[in-house]
Design a protein around this ligand. Structure first.
Ligand code: FES
Length: 150
């Protein structure tokens, strides 16, 4: 870099070095922000093998009612019309879209391409070919705790 009076000049090699560093910084920033896992990412890196939620917690009160379902720790946890609980992996095994609970027949429907999974996680309708992972559940009515575990 040379200064001549009030004018500062840089040679071509330095110019390209500075531009290269700037572009590299921008690309790195974009890449890192694209890898951000906070916010609405529904899939945690790993679902815990044993956790509890409580139906008295404001985030889960929908589970007090038959047909309600919530998402937690990468799973969809549903209350059946018979009063039981079902917990399965929430990502469709076809392309990862979040499945929804269909309380009328205790199945899970993928809104993307229509795959249907039974309450046991098995594929009833494709294009998915692999089952959802099923977790066991217990419910303590005295505390409102729903334990979800493998
Ligand atoms: S992503 Fe679920 S059926 Fe295609």
């Amino acid at each position: 870099m040379k200064t001549q009076g009030a004018i500062t000049t840089i040679d071509r090699q330095e110019f390209f070095r500075l531009v290269g560093v700037s572009i590299g910084a921008i690309v790195l920033q974009q890449c890192l922000s694209g890898c951000n896992t906070s916010g609405s990412d529904p899939q945690p890196a790993q679902t815990p093998s044993d956790f509890s939620i409580n139906v008295n917690n404001a985030n889960f009160t929908v589970l007090r009612n038959a047909g309600g379902f919530v998402r937690s720790n990468g799973l969809i946890i549903a209350r059946t019309n018979q009063g039981g609980f079902i917990a399965v992996s929430q990502a469709c095994t076809h392309e990862g879209t979040l499945v929804n609970f269909v309380s009328s027949n205790n199945t899970f429907l993928c809104p993307n391409h229509g795959s249907v999974f039974s309450s046991a996680g098995e594929v009833q309708n494709g294009p998915a070919t692999k089952p959802l992972t099923v977790y066991k559940t217990t419910f303590d009515a005295s505390t409102g705790d729903v334990r979800v575990f493998i």
